[in-house]
Write a protein that binds this ligand. Sequence first.
Ligand code: A3P
Length: 297
Amino acid sequence: DGVPLVKYCGCWFPVWMFRQILAAQKHYKAKDTDIILSTLPKSGTTWMKALMFSIANRHVFPIDQSPLLTSTPHKLVPPLEFDTFWEQDNNPDLEAIPSPRIFGTHMHFKTLPECIRERNCKIIYICRNPLDQFVSQIHFSSQNRSGRDADPVAIDEAFNMYCQGISPYGPFWDDILGYWNAHLENPGKVLFLKYEDLKEDITSQVKKIAEFMGFPFSLEEEEQGLIDQISGLCSFESLSNLAPNKTGDNNRTVKSSSFFRKGQVGDWTNYLTPAMAERIKNLMDSKFEGSGLMFKT
Ligand code: A3P
């Protein structure tokens, strides 16, 4: 879809991210209290950043004074691979971030900095059914490249590459399976979530995320409706209408607004032909066979 990619350790990284990835592997020093959000792009990263930040900081900021009202989720939860992050002298800001420090990454499990696996820090992974993830990715790429929606020819070409595993942070199946297996091996270390489950029942998922993060909601908080307040603040409708997400600077070269498109399950039906859908479904069947992994589409 026009993003130049480079293959490293079996994974297709955007070329412009490669230096940052190596920098993260070299410089990042995990703390036991760190929490890493890992995602395939367009699988719910922005949503999870907002939720995790809100859950961990609910005693610091009341909901009506949440920094989400004035900053983008990507600013509040910085990426591990963020370039200038590593260029600051001795990273004083990094050390000064209060615990739990939350960072986002798109790295595959096997390419994460070694210290994340060695230390007791936790990993939350979210994925999304590949049909919607693909459709979201092509829109995101073309929006940021040309400011227009992808045309059918571009979709066809990107689709063929996607099915060969050539997409940002692809092959998608390797990324998903890497975290799935890590979760099965150590569920206390790796939480495995799906976008569709959050859409279906946000309350139970927020509870689960908070427990895993070590910030469970008390009965009193539940009765006060705090879970609903956080879910509401972080919903697509709410976040997409906040000023920082419409116009804000995102610490990135892409538009903040491009992280908010439709936020729905099943939008692929508007873009993929039945033959295309069949091809991805067959690919999923063969790649995920025996893993126990299933996606609602
Ligand atoms: P669509 O393009 O299907 O609308 P990421 O944050 O990983 O880049 O993913 C972006 C996708 O998540 C986009 O999907 C976007 O609209 C959707 N999204 C962003 N914020 C969301 C939210 N709060 N709730 C649900 N979906 C959200």
